[in-house]
Design a protein around this ligand. Sequence first.
Ligand code: CDP
Ligand code: CDP
Length: 214
Amino acid sequence: MIVAIDGPAASGKGTLGRRIAAHYGLPHLDSGLLYRAVALALIARGGDVHDASAATAVAQALDPQMLGDPALRGPAAGAGASVVSAVPEVRAALLDFQRRFAAEPPGAVIDGRDIGTVICPHAEAKIFVTAAPEERARRRALEFAGRGEPADEASILADILARDARDMGRAVAPLAQAADAVLLDTTTLNADQAFAAALAIVEARIGAPSRRAG
Ligand code: CDP
Ligand code: CDP
């Protein structure tokens, strides 16, 4: 079983992905970490995230061990990720890892921007999670504050809006709701309510008569 979760920045994809994966005993991949890792590795070696060929070389040599680095969660990695992720060769270099992760039995829960549209178009369940930008900025600010990091809500909102625009506007694998994805707006839901709603979506999909018959 593959569950694909897509949505804009700080919509709660990762949190939902982790909880759904734990519920079904499936491995979870936060695909955003791949793009964050490319950006961070590039910055660490003094490179420029706007240098497409340097970003491609880093993506092609990416060590998946890097995905555990806590620095990946910071805003610099997020902003850099949305620049390098617009480079088609960077996306191509990271495709194989994601497809192999999904293909491994017993399945996977993967969250990102293009999971339901490009990486796993045949996923059993697809959720497109969203929330109002102001609410997403509020959540991310709380998260940063909880880690003792600077958390200016206005600049977080500006970063989120810029990232959404870049992710939706790019030519290759833009952020978009797959035709067969179910929209989940969590603006007025807490994390537990969002999890319950997401679980109901997955259950409805995997329990659907057409699937049971097949
Ligand atoms: O992965 P993504 O950037 O989409 O979001 P996240 O890191 O999973 O979630 C951002 C923050 O929102 C986390 O601190 C969650 O606890 C919180 N949150 C949520 O995920 N869902 C809600 N309905 C309410 C809050
Ligand atoms: O957690 P948050 O939603 O803030 O970001 P993320 O999921 O870690 O993704 C960081 C950036 O990587 C996004 O803004 C996208 O540009 C890019 N990304 C992508 O292009 N495709 C994916 N499947 C996942 C992330």
